[in-house]
Design a protein around this ligand. Structure first.
Ligand code: ATP
Length: 211
């Protein structure tokens, strides 16, 4: 099995690339889905969050209101790290469980979409890292125009992230997502070929080691 980490800064196109890879046959493990599942009502992380921030972070139906929680901690370094200490270990545990299941099923290509892969120093957990990158003005445009975010908030979010130059230097494969969907799909086709040959190379190395 080839275990691939997929990352990129906000609005770079990670989700779009992840879906294109999934369409080509990869198993996708999405950090955002794991982050939601980690704080499902009744989980230890859910209770830890309520203990610290109280019921104002709950929706009327008793589920965690992740947007309210995000707003509550935004810009507060201590609060953010307290939240991360609660949620991140649970997300990591869920991810490891899904990766083990994929391995047991014999899946050949597993992609983990992890926005903060470099920041959380997870590089060594993967056979290969794909970075999705797009020019800053285009990411701003996606955040403000497509998602209706206020310009200052979008700027703050972009500025708060590790600069993509640092990430580019550490990635194995870079997707240049500054053009349209057709161009993106062709890049993903090329990347898929590369992933397939890397998976094959690893399989034959392993077979040689066993025989
Ligand atoms: P986030 O960091 O917020 O999770 P993301 O990196 O997962 O975002 P996407 O959601 O994949 O980014 O893409 C952001 C927006 O840009 C979406 O509306 C998506 O449809 C659009 N988009 C991404 N790539 C392209 C492209 N090549 N051409 C046109 N639109 C694109």
């Amino acid at each position: 099995m080839l275990l691939v980490g997929l990352t990129g800064n906000i609005a770079s196109g990670k989700t779009t690339v992840a879906k294109l890879l999934e369409q080509r046959g990869a198993t996708l493990i999405d950090a955002d889905i794991l982050a939601r599942r980690a704080v499902d009502a009744g989980t230890p992380a859910y209770h830890a969050i309520l203990d610290r921030w109280g019921t104002e972070v709950l929706s009327p139906d008793g589920a965690l209101d992740r947007t309210a929680l995000r707003q509550l901690v935004f810009g507060e370094a201590d609060e953010i790290s307290a939240l991360n200490e609660i949620v991140h270990p649970e997300v990591a545990r869920l991810r490891e469980a899904l990766v083990s299941e994929a391995r047991a099923r014999g899946d050949r290509m597993v992609i983990c979409d992890i926005p903060l892969l470099f920041e959380k120093k997870l590089v060594d957990e993967f056979d290969l890292i794909i970075l999705v990158d797009a020019p800053r003005p285009l990411r701003m445009e996606r955040l403000t125009h497509d998602r209706g975010m206020h310009e200052t908030d979008a700027m703050d979010m972009i500025a708060a992230q590790m600069p993509s130059e640092l990430k580019r230097a550490r990635a194995d494969i870079i997707v240049e997502n500054g053009t349209g969907m057709d161009e993106l799909a062709s890049q993903v086709d090329e990347i898929w070929k590369r992933l397939e040959s890397e998976a094959m190379r690893r399989d034959s190395t392993r077979e040689r080691a066993i025989s």
